[in-house]
Ligand binder design. Sequence first.
Ligand SMILES: N[C@@H](CCC(=O)N[C@@H](CS)C(=O)NCC(=O)O)C(=O)O
Length: 241
Amino acid sequence: MSSTSENITLYSTVNSPFSQRVSVALDEAGVAYDLIDIDLSNKPEWYQQKVYTKGLVPYLVYGGPKLHPGETPSSDAIQIPESSVILEFLADSFPAAGLLPASPAGRARARLAVRAVDDAFKHVYPVLGGGPVEPLLAALEDIQALLPARDGSFLAGEGEGWGIADISVVPLLLSLRIVAGVLPGGLAAALQGERLARLWRYVDEGATRPSVAKNVDAEIIKSRFLAMVAKRKAAEDAKKD
Ligand SMILES: N[C@@H](CCC(=O)N[C@@H](CS)C(=O)NCC(=O)O)C(=O)O
């Protein structure tokens, strides 16, 4: 386990792929941290009032006293929103974890891959709302194209380790596949088509890492997603009445 004398608190939602990125990275780095789960379907008011005015997760607090739900983080602590920025912060803070490659070229490839993943993610919510699948499939093909041809290699390039680029995409695609599996329509089958075969072999390999298995829980993702869909439907029905 990497040593740090600082308290680390992650405000996170267990079914949010952005949150999962950070908890996976913390576990890959082997650092101890406290996780405060924010249930987005029933978000506590104190979170926006006392922690992060935008109310989004994840949010990392590094340093300061140990935190409990409902408390305000110390102004002396480092406070960081935005999962990709938090990943860079963790890579810099715990270099022994190898979350970013050592070479400038490898680091650039990793960062480009994180950007490609964030670009692809923009297509996810429209698809979950019943929009066209093709833009998402094309964006996923762009990510697949960044993978070296050899199975067992990772997004930062041949010879590089599993790091922030892989952490950005693997929880996201696992969650997408789980959610697609409970949605009616052809999304699940479209995602699993032959054109993304290399990408899914890579995702399935990533899913076997203990950090991923610990933080991506299919049952929680399914049940919270279905609860969110039901809540939205109830709100729409109430508007019609
Ligand atoms: N760009 C942000 C996106 C964070 C984000 O959108 N998180 C969602 C959960 S996946 C959220 O907090 N939504 C607030 C809400 O639903 O109330 C990041 O990478 O951290």
